[in-house]
Write a protein that binds this ligand. Structure first.
Ligand code: SAM
Ligand code: SF4
Length: 471
């Protein structure tokens, strides 16, 4: 059954927000003017976001003094809205079967690798292994199998992850990164209890998109660029978007991302919950991935994260283990709010450690969850395993209504500390536990008396053996 978002004309109309001419005009008009940049940064401190023109000016900044001012402002906004909390998750690859030919990916159909789809029992084992490490949140990932069985496998895998139990631990939120679906399928995905539906456009530059996606349903640019509309129409109000940086000019992509965000805000009253900023990494069987045509240098990458923080202050920014530990540390300061840890991108990689088939791409950070959590705590960040919002229905517009006036903090701060305490007691080694407990005490003493008393109560419940305590 096709709905009105699935015929060609409606897709063209739905995607009319993507305006290449406007992007080119913005980029051409932007001069790196010190006075103008200072005004934009002052405006950004008000945390109301930035226009495409503002963003274009900031993207063209090269002056070291102005760049430092940009980073300082991003840091301030990040601290004001997100405080020291960093949400942690792990990807869980359930299948590398794929009908598409994406030039950069090891899972592309023409790459002669061994193919697996995990059985229900194998998914449960993967999830159990992640629970044993201390994870509470996974991002379920799969190649594209457009058959009815392929979609059913995703639904069954989600159910299997939620069913996994180890002692008193379980995965409490399953986000998914899978190929675009019909509205009807998105409804079923929502019923399966997902948190966020995540999909990267790869590139918003249509010509480039068509060049690097040469076979399979993913060739269809319009089907992909309208996928979040279908997801939101189906009632999934937390969507995550992103670009695969390296395929095309990063400045073009950032302005297109902004157009996408503004479109979703106008149409559904709320924009994406998260933005991901993956950079192209080498991948087995892809010569192309080793030499990205528009590689984003580190300096530009840091600048981009800071600008996104200011342009859409209330949208989470996700940094995966594609990046190395140093880049992840630096961008936490500039705007990143969620990171993966202890990741494997091969199917069955956690429980089976199966090395016959390669992962989807090479990782830059191989540290375990424990090492990442310890490092975060040493830098003063609170690793958060909180999954409360979507379980309490604080999603989409309801989430933004709490986030924008700053009220969400009254939930996030106590929940971050109590879930971190749960992690320390159940999974951490003694030295991590000691460092984490010290951080918890420091964070408590920085709270106002009322929040502190409340949070201490929540933490005490965890210390007395209660689990999954949240507000
Ligand atoms: N197969 C689905 C799709 O392509 O939309 C969903 C999952 S795909 C496995 C997840 C993402 O991995 C893709 O959207 C792409 O951006 C990213 N990816 C693929 N190859 C990559 C590479 N070589 N380096 C970095 N990211 C890559
Ligand atoms: Fe398949 Fe996704 Fe890889 Fe493309 S990026 S080849 S669709 S798994």
């Amino acid at each position: 059954m096709t709905t009105h978002l699935e015929d060609r004309k409606t897709q063209e109309a739905t995607a009319s927000w993507l305006d290449e001419a406007n992007i080119r005009a913005c980029l051409a008009a932007a001069e790196p003017c010190a006075e103008q940049a200072a005004g934009i940064l002052q405006k950004a401190e008000g945390m109301q976001g930035l226009t495409a023109d503002d963003v274009s000016v900031l993207m063209n900044l090269e002056d070291p003094g102005l760049l430092q001012a940009l980073f300082r402002t991003a840091e301030k906004v990040k601290e004001q809205i997100y405080g020291p909390r960093i949400v942690l998750f792990a990807p869980l690859y359930v299948s590398n079967r794929c009908v598409n030919e994406c030039a950069y990916c090891a899972f592309r159909a023409g790459n002669p690798i061994e193919r697996h789809s995990l059985t229900r029992a194998q998914v449960v084992r993967e999830a159990e292994e992640l629970v044993r490490q201390g994870h509470k949140r996974v991002l379920l990932v799969a190649g594209e199998d457009p058959s009815a069985e392929g979609f059913q496998h995703v639904l069954d895998s989600i159910a299997a992850v939620y069913a996994a139990r180890v002692c008193n631990g379980e995965i409490r939120r399953v986000n998914v990164n899978i190929a675009p679906l019909t509205v009807e399928q998105f409804r079923r995905l929502k019923q399966a209890g997902i948190g966020t539906y995540q999909l990267f456009q790869e590139t918003y530059h249509r010509e480039t998109y068509e060049k690097y996606h040469t076979a399979g349903p993913k060739k269809d640019f319009l089907w992909r660029v309208t996928a979040c509309d279908r997801a939101m129409e189906a009632g999934i109000d937390d969507v995550g978007i992103g670009v695969l940086f390296g395929l095309y000019d990063w400045k073009f992509e950032v302005l297109a991302l902004l157009q996408h965000i503004r479109h979703l805000e106008e149409r559904f009253g709320v924009g994406p919950h998260t933005i991901s900023v993956p950079r192209l990494e080498p991948a087995d069987g892809s010569e192309f991935a080793a030499v990205p045509p528009h590689a984003v240098p580190d300096a530009d990458f840091r600048k981009m994260v800071a600008i996104l923080r200011l342009a859409v202050p209330y949208t989470g920014i996700i940094m995966s283990t594609r990046e190395n530990a140093e880049m992840r540390r630096e961008t936490l300061r500039l705007g990143v709010s969620q990171i993966s840890a202890g990741s494997r991108t091969d199917v069955g990689g956690y429980a089976e450690g199966c090395d016959e088939a390669p992962g989807q791409f090479e990782l830059g950070d191989h540290r375990s969850l424990e090492e990442v959590a310890r490092d975060l705590a040493a830098m003063g960040y609170v690793p958060s395993f909180c999954t409360a919002c979507y379980r309490m229905g604080r999603t989409g517009m309801d989430f933004m209504d709490l986030a924008k006036p700053g009220d969400i903090k009254t939930h996030c701060d106590p929940n971050a500390l109590s879930t971190f305490m749960e992690y320390l007691l159940d999974y951490a080694a003694p030295d991590t536990r000691a460092a984490g407990m010290l951080l918890i005490r420091q964070r408590l003493s920085a709270m106002d008396p009322q929040t502190r008393a409340f949070t201490e109560g929540q933490i005490a419940e965890v210390e007395h053996g209660k689990r999954d305590v949240f507000v």
